[in-house]
Design a protein around this ligand. Structure first.
Ligand SMILES: Nc1nc2c(ncn2[C@@H]2O[C@H](COP(=O)(O)OP(=O)(O)O)[C@@H](O)[C@H]2O)c(=O)[nH]1
Ligand SMILES: [Mg+2]
Length: 238
């Protein structure tokens, strides 16, 4: 089989898998999820204690919606959003912990291949802040060394109930070597900015590295072999 036929066959297989995946069919972003027209794909994870607002944050970013009812996480594993950096289409596959965080039993498979993390706590909840160190250790233990992390203090709309001063979040982020944002999924504060910063720091890291495509899913379906090779050598150029 010629190389291009083989590549087409593989792409058709992936399309077929995507259309068989019931999760994708349930989601409004189904078209986006199955869309193979992208240059790079980043797997991102949102982790942190239960109830800090992870699922709400993901819905706010991916669907621009918020519901104050407790959002059931069961059955929703990830959402997809495509962003652009320097003329490159970057498909973000953003995973939610699907309630597993309640038991602190997030499988190591979940971390595999993740390039970026949002480690979230709730500024009105001391336990969630105390748990940040543990989550950071999990990230360091199970994920790729170059994975980028942003510490996110969510629910900053609840100023009257605040227990964690901004400076404490900032200091902890510095200690851990993470960037830091306070956000509100409810009032849509800093949600898009957090994802944009995470994409930027992942791109910076990739460009720093000579092995620009390590751990990176790059889609060359519509390109010739020559283009792919050239691009692999040059990193993501984003
Ligand atoms: N005031 C406020 N409530 C929020 C915010 N984000 C989430 N919540 C609420 O916090 C609760 C837990 O949110 P959820 O997204 O299910 O948290 P998860 O367990 O981390 O996925 C829900 O009642 C949400 O409506 C926020 O930014 N501000
Ligand atoms: Mg949830």
């Amino acid at each position: 089989m010629s190389l291009s036929r083989e590549r087409e066959g593989r792409a058709a297989q992936i399309d077929q898998m995507a259309s068989n995946d019931s999760r994708l069919q349930q989601q409004p972003s189904q078209k986006d999820a199955a869309d193979q027209n992208f240059d790079y794909m980043f797997k991102l994870l949102i982790i942190g204690n239960s109830s800090v607002g992870k699922t709400s944050f993901l819905f706010r970013y991916a669907d621009d919606s918020f519901t104050s009812a407790f959002v059931s996480t069961v059955g929703i594993d990830f959402k997809v959003k495509t962003v652009f950096r320097n003329d490159k289409r970057i498909k973000l596959q953003i995973w939610d912990t699907a309630g597993q965080e309640r038991y602190r039993t997030i499988t190591t498979a979940y971390y595999r291949g993740a390039m970026g993390f949002l480690l979230m706590y709730d500024i009105t909840n001391q336990d969630s802040f105390n748990a940040v160190q543990d989550w950071a250790t999990q990230i360091k233990t199970y994920s790729w060394d170059n994975a980028q992390v942003i510490l996110v203090g969510n629910k900053c709309d609840l100023e009257d109930d605040r227990l964690i001063p901004t400076e404490d979040g900032q200091r902890l982020a510095e200690e851990l070597g993470f960037q830091f944002f306070e956000t509100s999924a409810k009032d849509n504060i800093n949600v898009k900015q957090v994802f944009e910063r995470l994409v930027d720091i992942i791109c910076d890291k990739m460009n720093e590295s000579m092995e620009g495509d390590v751990n990176l899913v790059s889609n060359h379906r519509s390109q010739g072999l020559k283009d792919s090779q050239a691009e692999n050598q040059g990193g993501c150029a984003c």
